[in-house]
Design a protein around this ligand. Sequence first.
Ligand code: DUC
Ligand code: ZN
Ligand code: ZN
Length: 488
Amino acid sequence: MPEHDLVIRGGTVATATGVYPADVAIRGERIAAIGAGLAPGRTELDATGRLLLPGGVDSHCHIEQLAASGLMNADDFASATGSAALGGTTTVIPFAAQHVGMSLTRVVEEYHAAAERGAMVDYAFHMILCDPRPEILHEELPPLARAGHGSLKVFLTYDRLRVEDAQFLDVLEAARLHGQMVCVHAENHGMITWMGKRLLAGGYRAPRYHVPSHPRLGEIEAIGRAIACAALVDQPLMIFHVSTAEGAGVIHRARGEGRKVWGETCTQYLTLGARDLDRPGLEGAMWMCSPPLREPADQEALWWALEIGALQTVSSDHAPYRMDASGKLAKGENAHFKEIANGMPGLELRLPVLFDAMVSRGRLGLEKFVELTATAPARLYGLHARKGSIVIGADADLALWNPDRLVEIVQGPRHDRAGYTPYAGRTVRGWPEIVLRRGQVIVADGALQAPSGSGRFLPRTGGPAAAPLGRPAPELDPARNFGAQLRP
Ligand code: DUC
Ligand code: ZN
Ligand code: ZN
């Protein structure tokens, strides 16, 4: 009777802390041994010439999510997570999105049902809070936190989604009591509203005007304000989708001052730019996302921020809408930029596009690639070391990469349902050819082998936000001098 179920031999293991030749043995769903000369497996896989990486963790993607406008994004859990697997990602954290008036418990139940039907990779949810009324925070949130929902997202902009600063503080304080991470969409709502009105009044309607309608100063201001709010209640904070050099700088400085803040950027802010929206007619809508794509200098600064650790994760912010009446063109062919849904597909190509940029072109190297796309998001959201690492006892979520394979990304439908990709026209070097989830091969030869609904929910505890369960923030302790918080 072989000791292992599967042994992957002859590959090069790549982790966030080292790259070395080793065989990997799997028993059941987990990694059982790493090293040379491992006992035989029931099945063996030859990984000669291949890199063996932990499956990617995409900690920011929108799946089967209803926008406040009533528009459903293009993917269901099967199409989105299938496309994730094809691109080497084996864990996703999409959203369970509350809208005003809704019960959060009910919302989470609905997203659970959708994921149980469709998911092909493992998943958790960030719970979006648009309506943090007292019964949500004090009655619904505690049992959801105990059930393993370890993170929340709030918006500081958008008419029907945003919270005021005082509501944001309520959310931060509640999250602190339950050890949850709070993620924030940090843009200044007033600036976006005001700029949008002025641009439209001047007749500037094309998709490209989406960029100036979200001024970079709005991101810079809101990131600073969000960090200050989190500091007031001593709550860890994740700044989502940082798009500007200055935004990354605000986070870097705050971290230098000891603030408990982390930052994410996304594939598109590193590899696409505002100029991509300069297309005739509505074509530029394919590149509309929020915050918008920025300038080449921002891309350089974001790469630098990742290198020095000012930002810690790179996600896809997969938010797919088709270029037809079911999606971006829901308001017709004469729609102005405020009437077009924001978001682009990215779950499948996040890792290949980043591998090409970081590893094949030598920008940040293989270890950093693994850290930013798998290990760090797992740690920050309480999934370490079950996910995001190649260590004994971890789930056997692995991707065998051919580092030399050249793939031309052509325009047209992929496995997701957006019907297009914003990355068409580039040729990437490096591709994940075989993908395993919990020891099962789910992708081989470009074909998906995972049944819908075979992904599992990942209850989360841990992560940097988990420690101070149940204690009030020191500054809010009535026994202390409130003025203390003003001292440096
Ligand atoms: N924010 C996101 O995080 N994703 C898509 C659009 C948005 O505003
Ligand atoms: Zn956002
Ligand atoms: Zn998003």
